[in-house]
Design a protein around this ligand. Sequence first.
Ligand SMILES: [Zn+2]
Length: 327
Amino acid sequence: MSETGVLESQPALVGGIDLGGTKIEAIVTDEGHHVLGSARHPTPTEGGPADVANAMAAALTEAAKGASVEPAQLRGVGVGSPGVVDSRAGTVSQADNLPGWIASFPLAAALQSALGTRIALGNDVSVATAAEFELGAGRPYRSLLGVFWGTGVGGGLVLDGTPWHGRGGAGEIGHTVIRVGGRRCPCGRRGCLEAYAGRAAMEARARRLRDRGVKTILFELAAEHGRDRLTSGIWERALEHGDRVATRLIDRAVDALGVGIASAVNLLDVEAVVIGGGLGVRFGEPYRARIVAAMLPHLFNDSRPPAVLLAALGDLGGAYGATLLVG
Ligand SMILES: [Zn+2]
């Protein structure tokens, strides 16, 4: 109770953290989903889960400072995490793109003790899909497939207004088989969409071609820009330079995405497909249109294709989605 005898209202601000393989994006939003503070920190490449948790807490603390609040004053902080997320137990395991993070780590407890507020964990792709459904490009629709084209190819589903997780493993459009006996996927299987369209798989392929003597400026560009990975920006620059390896790999990625998305649409008949992720956001409209063109020939119900849209929340979709986890 305050001096005036009025019950103190529930704190209205919430935090969201999007934990990615290269960066940690943190925001603080009000009830109208306006961003009052934000911070972006690099994801630690060494150490272990505790170091990543510390970096996440630091990013959220900076975002809270931008919103002129202490983290402990937030109603809660949502987290979108890669790997296998157990939101009930508050743990994350098998986050392959993060340093030393194979065994289960109590991420919610670590963040709760660092930030002094309650923590809600979710899967990064699911929360990004929920954000596009509730706040972004998917708002006019009741059913949605989110396709996140980046290091891997992630997918999220909303069916008849409700997120669909299956038994916990739904949405893996990246491992839709588009070619029986095809290229080896980072998951170890063959012929998955991600084996052709995931940035990590494309980089591995480009490396093999270069090692075989095929000319490409991809790795020179990366070195010039101080990158040890082929980021979305490096791929974009190589395309602008007319690099043949980059052009060929991206053309195949677009075809693979068209086939994979068409197969998912044939099965689920969603109203809309939202394309996000590092490459999706970076390449934007011309590639959205190319993916549609690659999809259409494979649609069974080709007189009524779904709307195919770019993610409206861009890079912040994951962080926005994380805030939505705080009930
Ligand atoms: Zn796979």
